[in-house]
Ligand binder design. Structure first.
Ligand SMILES: [Cu+2]
Length: 69
């Protein structure tokens, strides 16, 4: 298991939090997803594979947000 925090500068409100969390949490290999609105990031627990990480970033970007890191 790995944890990663992705910076997503466009996060601004509860709507952003809900859309990102509900897009990321159901992905295969993801165990947890939590958006911090104040810190504008997404903390994700996942299986550590590059494919899962790529899918996480894709899912966030598909919601219309840029992943900065
Ligand atoms: Cu928002």
């Amino acid at each position: 298991m790995s944890d990663i925090t992705l910076s997503v500068p466009d996060i601004s409100c509860n709507h952003c939090k809900e859309s990102i969390e509900s897009a990321v949490a159901p992905l295969d290999g993801v165990t947890s997803a939590e958006v911090s609105i104040d810190e504008r990031n997404v903390a994700v627990g996942f299986d550590g594979s590059d494919a899962t990480l790529a899918a996480i970033k894709d899912a966030i970007e598909a919601q219309g947000y840029e992943v900065a890191s």
